[in-house]
Design a protein around this ligand. Structure first.
Ligand code: 16G
Ligand code: ZN
Length: 533
């Protein structure tokens, strides 16, 4: 095998660069990625062998980044993000000198006590970027050189690949997560949506901006399994679903555009009070928004989706007589608006846990609850249910028709929600279900609480690695003394809160500030930015 790896590796030489498996895998200009993809293929083979031949997922995507970028990340057998320690192994192999690739591979194998003869299995997919097919070839070269069995799922959203990874590994077991096919995914979501809606009708149509990414064709496919508004479902208008023109991907559209620019994509024709949502380029992120005739553009971000889901599921658990049995909680990051945290704790009476930025941290914390709702403000998130919760939904003897109905809705939601990772398609159906049950228009959703004015600033610093945090990124430990100065600034503002952290994806420090008024939030952000600069 050594010779095979060496020969294959020589077709994918490493450029003079340092690579790092970051918060969302490796991500950069696509023309620098060839060697990285090859070596991540080697890591996938090792990881699968380490786990006795369980299937590992590989996704080639750069999410909301521009079309010329690409990226790669690994998915663990249950559909979760790659185990932390393996990020470092991936980084190590990605940075090995060309002549050392085999050596580093073998050293890892030995260090991790991996059985060379164990089978290795991988499934993979990619988004719609033009660089995808060539990168896939680098991956295949690694899989073949290591004798790995593989299945190419071609174009998928990232969450579909997570779903299929879990389905593959649980097929034929009591934990089976669904049929191992793309069609199985649509059928599962479609069936669950019908059951969860119970014939209720969405209020008005929903406009979906697919960022001109892979979510477009996949949503079109999903719609074949979703009833229309008049049939107890929802009417969906798809916009920005052009996947043939590479340059339009994430351009003036998509979740990141809407969130950062605080406006609808220019292509949107939605009228006042009409529900809209935007996916990102690989459809693992979603945000809602609408135009309010009185207040203008209104964003309904990840915090809003989390609070909506937590309130609905909390009510259902009470109606089902399960409130005392199940621990329900919400997981956020420091970017969550303070008003949303207060709403969950005070109005909904549920606990909130704060974690560092990045889906893997939130997901992990959410699994500590029986029902863990987690969302980043930027729209990455989902709900996870413990085995105990699923068992309770299925075995609890209903004492009344209302209890039976609540239990059935909870069962339907646990099938509707993609529990492996945040999924724009699945999250969208969850939101649509809840709004239909509550007969809410977006304005009513928006009125549940009032966001504190806030501001996010990107600060270019000499060395972002000099910024070290603790307390879920809310407290700076280094540079020494900075946190104390920051605290003094914050104390001068009513409802003031601010933190600074090094970005995990860009060479910069991000400053977040919120306060009672718009001008105070701006002022606080400017002052903290000046402090860290
Ligand atoms: C990555 C994370 C995202 C996070 C963002 C923060 C995943 C899949 N993606 O894109 O959740 O919000 O990084 O970026 O975990 P930043 O560190 O540059 O602020
Ligand atoms: Zn994404």
């Amino acid at each position: 095998m050594d010779a095979a790896i060496l020969a294959a590796s020589s077709k994918h030489p490493k450029p003079d660069r340092v690579f790092q498996y970051g918060t969302a895998g490796f991500r950069m200009k696509a023309d620098l990625l060839d060697s990285v993809v090859f070596r991540v293929g080697l890591v996938a083979a090792l990881r699968s062998r380490k786990l006795g031949g369980q299937t590992i997922g590989v996704m080639i995507t750069a999410s909301h980044n521009p079309p010329e970028d690409n990226g790669i990340k690994l998915v663990d057998p249950m559909g979760e993000m790659l185990e932390n320690a393996w990020e470092a192994y991936s980084t190590e192999l990605a940075n090995a000198k060309n002549e050392d690739v085999v050596k580093v591979y073998r050293v890892l194998e030995e260090k991790l006590k991996i059985n060379k003869d164990a089978p290795s299995r991988v499934i993979y997919a990619r988004d719609t970027r033009p660089s995808g097919p060539k990168l896939v070839q680098a991956l295949i070269d690694a899989l073949e050189a290591t004798g790995t069995e593989y299945t190419d799922y071609k174009l998928l959203t990232t969450p579909q690949l997570h779903y299929l990874t879990r389905c593959t590994n649980t097929e034929g077991t009591p934990q089976s997560y669904g049929e191992v096919s793309e069609k199985g995914y649509y059928e599962k979501l479609g069936e669950a949506f019908k059951r969860a809606m119970k014939g209720k009708k969405a209020v008005g149509a929903l406009t979906v901006d697919c960022a001109n990414g892979v979510g477009g064709p996949k949503l079109a496919e999903l719609l074949k399994y979703i009833p229309k508004g008049s049939e107890g479902g929802v009417d969906i208008k798809i916009i920005n679903d052009d996947v043939l023109k590479a340059e339009v991907l994430n351009h003036e559209c998509g979740a990141d555009f809407v969130k950062t620019k605080q406006r609808a994509p220019p292509s949107s024709k939605a009228g006042n009070n009409e529900r809209c949502c935007s996916y990102d380029g690989d459809a693992d992120r979603i945000i809602y928004y609408f135009n309010d005739p009185e207040n203008g553009f209104r964003l309904l971000d990840g915090d809003r989706i989390a609070t909506l889901a937590a309130s609905f599921i909390g009510d259902l658990a009470r109606e089902a007589g399960l409130a005392s049995e199940l621990k329900i909680g919400v997981v956020q990051t420091a970017y969550a608006n303070g008003a949303s945290t207060k709403y969950v704790e005070k109005t909904l009476g549920l606990p909130v846990v704060c974690t560092p930025t990045g889906v893997k941290w939130l997901h992990h914390a959410a699994t500590k609850f029986d029902v863990g709702v987690y969302f980043e403000a930027n729209g990455h998130g989902t709900v996870v249910f413990s085995q105990q919760a699923l068992k309770a939904f299925n075995t609890k003897e209903p004492q009344s028709p209302a209890q039976a109905a609540a239990l059935e809705t909870l069962r339907a939601l646990s099938d509707l929600i993609n529990q492996t990772v945040g999924d724009a398609l699945s999250d969208m159906l969850l939101v649509e279900t809840i709004l239909a049950h509550k007969s809410w228009n977006p304005k009513e959703w928006d009125l549940t609480y009032t966001d504190l004015p806030n501001r996010l600033v990107r600060v270019e610093v000499a060395d972002r690695n000099g910024f070290k945090t603790t307390n879920a990124e809310r407290t700076l430990v280094e540079p020494q003394g900075t946190q104390e100065q920051l605290d003094v600034l914050v104390s001068k503002f009513k409802d003031g809160r601010s933190f600074a952290r090094a970005s995990g994806t860009e060479d910069a420090v991000r400053v977040y500030a919120e306060a009672a008024t718009r001008s105070e939030a701006d002022d606080l952000a400017t002052k903290v930015a000046a402090l860290v600069k």
